[in-house]
Design a protein around this ligand. Structure first.
Ligand SMILES: [Zn+2]
Length: 294
């Protein structure tokens, strides 16, 4: 089934709520990058967080999240847009740590507890907006929450969850984000905080077959919610052979000549999606001519 994200509001519009089933999206990332379980969960949670943040901007506007921690996973980089597309990678895809004391995947161990969490938003304005906060947890949900509160002054709660099977495939992946609008009363905030503490993990709710709307209904319990929109989400990279050709041209004639003579061709691999693009000797000759023309 196609992944999607549901947007809703509650408490007379004082609370915005988002929930997403990203199982196929994270599964796609896992296969493309051949991630091992702890790396899968670290990348998967960041992809889910990216989708949730991305759903707050307009269609072509983009959001990039960079988690640069001190742990063995290295940096995790994710870019999403308002149309539900997300792409991303983890510097070290092959991290597999023992489960933590709670018997859960040790995302904190892979990300590390020191480092920088940064977000860049390109909203089609002259200057992109960017903000950063220190990593406060390494489990990522809390890091997204802290970033939103500190950098964007939006009191929020973000839950991110990835469940990995014994064969490294993704069982379920999803998350939610609640945001308090200005003027939300303390009673509303307190009621939601209490509710969130009692929630099972999103992956458990997805395992039970709950849809994003049902997850939101469950979070708000007896409080009615209004579903505003459903958005299809997917792992999608915007790379192309043409874009890599431009990169090759910019290397200049000398380097292209070396590729022709020594390697008899070139292969470029997209960092975000692992798609491979091959360039034959003849194609490199043509690119070399363009480089000359520059
Ligand atoms: Zn790509």
């Amino acid at each position: 089934m196609q992944d999607y994200l549901a947007k809703a509001m509650a408490y007379d519009g004082f609370v915005r709520a988002y929930a997403v089933n990203a199982t196929q999206t994270v599964s796609q990332a896992q296969k493309r990058h051949d991630t091992w379980n702890t790396s899968s969960a670290a990348l998967g949670r960041t992809l889910i967080g990216g989708l949730l943040l991305g759903s707050t901007v307009k269609g072509e506007d983009t959001i990039s999240v960079r988690v640069q921690g001190s742990g063995p996973a290295g940096a995790v980089i994710v870019t999403s847009n308002g149309s539900g597309d997300v792409k991303g990678y983890v510097q070290n895809p092959h991290v597999s740590l023992p489960l933590n004391e709670e018997g859960k995947i040790d995302v904190k161990g892979a990300i590390g507890t020191q480092g920088i969490f940064s977000v860049t938003k390109d909203l089609g304005l002259k200057e992109p907006f960017s903000g950063q906060t220190p990593i406060v947890s390494g489990e990522l949900g809390e890091d997204f929450t802290y970033y939103l509160a500190e950098s964007e002054q939006i009191p929020s709660s973000v839950g991110l969850s990835v469940s990995v099977d014994v064969d490294d495939s993704i069982k379920t992946a999803g998350g939610f984000m609640l945001q308090m609008m200005p003027g939300a009363s303390e009673e509303v905030v307190a009621a939601l905080e209490k509710r969130i503490r009692q929630l099972p993990k999103v992956s458990v709710m997805l395992d039970d077959g709950k849809s994003p709307e049902e997850i939101l209904d469950f979070i708000f319990a007896d409080e009615p919610i209004t579903i505003l929109e459903k958005l299809s989400v997917q792992f999608r990279c915007d790379c192309s052979k043409e874009r890599f050709a431009k990169g090759l041209i910019s290397l200049g004639t000398q380097e292209l000549q070396e590729m022709i003579e020594q390697d008899h061709g070139a292969e470029a691999v997209c960092t975000f999606c692992q798609e491979k693009y091959k360039f034959s000797e003849q194609e490199l000759e043509l690119l070399k001519q363009e480089a000359v023309d520059n």
